[in-house]
Write a protein that binds this ligand. Structure first.
Ligand code: DC
Length: 226
């Protein structure tokens, strides 16, 4: 295939979208947009302001009045971007179990999705982009020349998330992480707007038992870049 300029990576919680997206973007010299971080950033702000996460109108208003930006981090090659909300760096604060528990509620609100998708269209302008999320191949970038849908067993995904939580120094309970992950997948795939599902033309990649480098080389092979 000719080298794609728009690459969509979708999949459920902890399927490896950000890790693979980052490796792929580095390899191609593209920008990575981790759209999950945008919904997380908004959830962070909503919680901080004490907005009820069931208050759809309040969340929609919040979404259209919030500035979310990705700023190249120091050590860009290793880490891609920092996430800023209204000029405040929230990169670390949005990756925790409290945000995990709230973000699926925020991201199912129509007004929130509309605002985030508009921002994502702006970020994708000009191409040379890898965008990771849930609805990138179906809704945000249906024109993407390459769409990858990453999957892995629920146990493998919970194990990865468990190791990440330990690494961050948080208390981790595998059973609780597994049930939270199942719950989040369910909300993400049952919601009425842009539910998590593979685009009809997505290439399915099962990452069970594969290292990130092995997944990357499968994708590069699809592109004829290996
Ligand atoms: O990929 P992640 O775990 O950081 O995503 C956090 C949440 O954001 C996820 O539970 C669903 C939501 N999300 C979404 O609805 N659409 C996207 N394009 C990306 C994430």
């Amino acid at each position: 295939m000719p080298k794609p300029s728009f690459i969509a990576i979708d999949g459920p919680v902890a399927a490896g979208k950000t890790t693979i997206g980052r490796l792929l973007a580095q390899r191609l010299g593209y920008r990575l947009v981790d759209t999950g971080a945008m919904y997380r950033a908004l959830t962070w702000k909503g919680m901080r302001l004490g907005i009820d996460l069931q208050d759809e109108e309040g969340l929609s208003r919040l979404a259209s009045s919030t500035k979310i930006e990705f700023v190249p981090a120091i050590g860009y090659e290793e880490g891609c971007c920092s996430v800023f909300v209204d000029g405040h760096d929230v990169t670390t604060e949005i990756q925790n179990l409290v945000i995990d528990a709230g973000v699926s509620l925020v991201s199912k609100v129509a007004g929130v999705r509309k605002a985030m998708v508009e921002l994502q269209w702006g970020m994708a302008e000009g191409g040379k982009i890898v965008m990771a999320g849930r609805d990138i191949g179906t809704t945000v970038l249906p024109q993407a020349e390459l769409k990858i849908y990453l999957g892995a067993s629920v146990e493998e995904r919970a194990r990865r998330r468990y190791l990440e939580v330990i690494e961050r120094g948080e208390a981790a309970d595998y059973g609780a992480i597994l049930s939270e992950l199942v719950k989040r997948d369910e909300i993400d795939s049952q919601r009425s707007i842009s539910p998590l599902r593979p685009a009809p033309d997505a290439r399915m990649v099962n990452t069970d038992g594969l290292s990130p480098a092995q997944v990357l080389s499968q994708i590069l092979e699809m592109m004829g870049e290996s």
